[in-house]
Design a protein around this ligand. Structure first.
Ligand SMILES: Nc1ncnc2c1ncn2[C@@H]1O[C@H](COP(=O)(O)OP(=O)(O)O)[C@@H](O)[C@H]1O
Ligand SMILES: [Mg+2]
Length: 457
């Protein structure tokens, strides 16, 4: 059972009792109580007074006690909610749409008749987060969460892309945003394109979540979908979008069987509706780019490393004063840091100082196979540029890089420029502005490429 399901369930109970959804603080309290935190710990975490957190919690317990007809307090709260949800899942034959519990339980509750419009929204509220990750620990990213809130909730931007290297925290960030804003949307659907499917099948899935029978042809299905996007406030998340692009070619080129996605993304930005689509990708395509963000209804957020020493808490690592150096070495990429943490625990008994003293950017087996996948997706031109760039310790100007590539590989200017742009769209090459524009490979990737060219030679 995920925290999202629990929050959704409690939110429905509270709503049917009070006509009000959970606010952000109430959601945080519930989430932390489920993790076993005390009022004091929650208060410290979110900068509140302990007494206030206690009062807010007791108000919640009181409403839930009235609603469920049993006495709920701090010590039995998590257990009771889980028990009630489980009993509901059993009695509904394993159907995980736990929203229906409160609708069903409250068919004769006065608040159901009070506002028929609200009841209608409740009935057509569909949340399918089955394929979204469960968040257990979350640090930082306050600015990114604020950016998302502003784009989605204030400006109502229809298409938002979350971009960056894999392992940097894109999926986790979006899930965190969703967890905190469940009540802002009537429909929330999370789809992973890890194993991509045709647009036709994807739209079938979306319509089925909204309990609509898909029409026969794609055009009509798209109309059905846009009808839902217009009449209801929906949030649709499509994760791992890079898998619909062609491996071995420049970034962001749709595979022929997924070409239909391109006009759909355009349609989302060009038509009138009230919904939001979030695309999560390691690779940028033209539909995610906005040259004039103020004018166009497209926004993109590029995620960079998380330089926050708390992310290594409870990992068993020693020498806390050196954690930030370790995080910097691995460019704040949480996936790299996870694998290196295991290695330091096993080979260095957790002594970060000893590991750092060796002055080596160690590429673990996992990082290697991860980059191998990325390297294999590059076009031949990009592979050549990357191999050449890895020879330079410091950032290099475009002209210098172009010269060395033209001399050694006879690469045309057009190919060079396309390759360099594409590598930036994959977040493998970054551009620095000093007195000149300079380019460099992301440092962990550079180390991987160096080891690779050593084995190639
Ligand atoms: N803000 C965060 N706080 C704590 N852990 C995080 C955070 N962001 C990501 N992680 C962890 O890092 C790992 C990679 O994150 P993920 O969101 O899957 O990256 P991406 O989607 O960019 O590939 C996951 O195991 C996740 O739990
Ligand atoms: Mg991801």
């Amino acid at each position: 059972m995920t925290i999202t399901e629990i929050l959704q369930f409690v939110d429905n109970l509270i709503f049917t009792e009070t006509d009000q959804h959970l606010d952000d603080l109430q959601k945080r309290i519930i989430e932390e109580l489920f993790k076993g935190k005390t009022y004091k710990q929650i208060a410290e975490l979110y900068n509140y007074d302990e007494g206030y957190i206690g009062d807010e919690s007791r108000k919640l317990f009181k409403t839930l006690s009235d609603k469920l007809g049993e006495n709920i307090n701090k010590s039995n709260f998590a257990w009771t909610i889980e028990r009630v949800i489980n009993s509901k899942i059993v009695s509904f034959g394993g159907n995980h749409n736990i929203n229906s519990y409160s609708n069903c339980q409250n068919s004769n509750h006065p608040s159901n008749n009070k506002n028929s419009q609200e009841t209608e929204i409740q009935k057509s509220s569909y949340h399918d987060l089955t394929l979204s990750p469960r968040i257990i620990r979350f640090y930082g990213r306050e600015k990114e969460l604020e950016y998302l809130s502003n784009c989605i909730l204030n400006q109502n931007t229809p298409l938002i892309s979350i971009l960056g290297l894999s392992g940097i925290g894109k999926t986790t960030l979006v899930k965190r945003f969703v967890d905190f804003n469940l009540d802002k949307f009537e429909v929330i659907i999370w789809k992973s394109l890890k194993y991509p499917k045709s647009l036709n099948l994807l739209i079938d899935d979306l319509l089925q979540v909204c309990k609509q029978q898909p029409e026969k042809n794609l055009d009509d299905k798209i109309k059905q979908l846009f009808n839902i996007l217009s009449t209801q406030k929906c949030l649709i998340i499509l994760d791992d979008i890079q898998n619909i692009f062609t491996p071995g070619e420049l970034a962001g080129k749709y595979q022929p069987e997924y070409q239909d996605y391109q006009p759909l993304f355009k349609l989302v930005t060009e038509t009138q509706h009230q919904s939001n689509i979030i695309l999560i990708s390691q690779e940028q395509c033209p539909e995610m780019e906005s040259l004039y963000p103020e004018l166009y209804p497209i926004k993109s957020l590029e995620i960079s490393g998380l330089y926050h020493s708390d992310i290594l808490q409870n990992t068993g690592l020693k020498n806390q004063d050196s954690w930030l150096d370790l995080i910097k070495l691995y460019t704040g990429n949480l996936m790299f840091l996870k694998t290196i943490t295991v290695l330091i625990a096993k080979n260095y008994d957790g002594e970060v100082v000893e590991f750092l003293a060796e002055n080596t950017l160690h590429i673990t087996q996992q990082i290697q196979s991860h980059f191998q996948e990325i390297y294999n997706r590059l076009s031949p031109i990009e592979q050549q540029i990357v191999l050449q760039l890895s020879k330079f310790e410091n950032p290099i100007s475009r002209e210098e890089l172009r010269q060395t590539l033209i001399e050694t590989l006879n690469l045309s200017s057009v190919d060079f420029n396309n390759g360099l742009q594409s590598l930036q769209q994959r977040y493998l090459v970054s551009k620095l502005k000093e007195d000149k524009v300079m380019f460099s490979l992301s440092s962990v990737f550079r180390e991987y490429v160096r080891n690779l060219s050593f084995t190639l030679n």
